[in-house]
Design a protein around this ligand. Sequence first.
Ligand code: SAH
Ligand code: SF4
Length: 406
Amino acid sequence: MDTRSHTVIDPQTRPAPRPGRVNLVGLSRQEMADALLATGLVTEKQARMRASQIWHWVYHYGVTDFAAMTNMAKGLRAQLPEHFTLDRPEVVEAQVSQDGTRKWLLRYGPGVEAETVFIPDVGKAGALCVSSQVGCTLNCTFCHTGTQRLVRNLTAGEIVGQVMLARDALGEWPSRGAGPEKVGTGFSSGAATPKYPEDRRLSNIVFMGMGEPLYNLDHVATAMDIIADHEGIGISRRRVTVSTSGVVPKITELGERTGAMLAISLHAPDDELRNQLVPLNKKYPIAELMDACRAYPGLSNAKRITFEYVMLKGVNDSDAHAKALIQLLKGVPAKINLIPFNPWPGTDYECSDWATIERFGTLLNKAGYASPIRTPRGRDILAACGQLKSESEKQWAAKSRLRPAT
Ligand code: SAH
Ligand code: SF4
């Protein structure tokens, strides 16, 4: 069996978004209705109904061609492409790991590239790891993305586009064999709920790709509204996890606006060590971070916070570290994800020995914490945690604009 990963360079089949027209992917129903009205193709009365129909075609069926929208008049279908597109992000490179993990390098504009990774057999069925920024303004010392130079926030459409692209690639849009079904208006609560296949492979979403999602919360929240809508992509908010390195002032807002599951990149049980590994800790130290965690909306034993802990040999992996971690998390509904460090070119860190990781996990388990060791996935194509990096360059001048005034 050929177990090598393979690379598909595929710039032609995914055209870059065409300039001058609005991409409807990423727009809410209301924004679609407004955009339709602005073209003059529909009356005010028709705009909402047409927007609901288009919404359904775009987000439920994943169509990329207005001609397929068979419950709309032919004339309208022919005119829509003059104003709008349904483009996906341009795929520069698609790779498949020997373990089934898939990675796409996406181009959002000249030199603006980010990565998306699909990991089978995670969560209910499989998880898509999406990027929220191109690169990252933070510089966690063990993270490849943190060494990247160009940074800009991705728009809601660019985030949603990652999910749509993965559904395309996995062939996961519902079939249209039965003809157009009843479409709810979505503007009211009485909308019809369509049936989704039970065996979907893409069941969960994790904001664990490139970037710090809480430095782009507006777009992340809008993207989640679209992704979770039951008349569209329909992935429940409980199956979406947002990981943060600890942007304390935005944590409550994340819970209130999105209802997402929270993951914290903790990596160290004390400020001295965390300051070295996650420099943002100097701004928001552990005590403040833990207060924000305790106050996370909806927190319960059924909705625990995941604390991510990268295992770095001789740095944060001793018994004393494990005991300090147990003390720190007392009283917080938590599970701990132990992440074997994924090496990347140029790093000085090494992954802890397997026996050390297991010993660390056993100590946490004995203290009552679920502490699964995250199996590294897609290492051969640099798709594992913290290995993502595109060739885009960080715009240092733009850095301050990306950080909310906190
Ligand atoms: N910026 C956010 C979202 C990225 S999530 C955050 O930091 O939480 C990516 C996860 O992988 C984080 O927990 C991050 O700390 C971890 N990570 C980064 N580099 C890694 C590496 N080289 N090996 C293993 N995990 C890594
Ligand atoms: Fe940015 Fe997260 Fe990497 Fe830190 S771990 S540099 S916050 S992507």
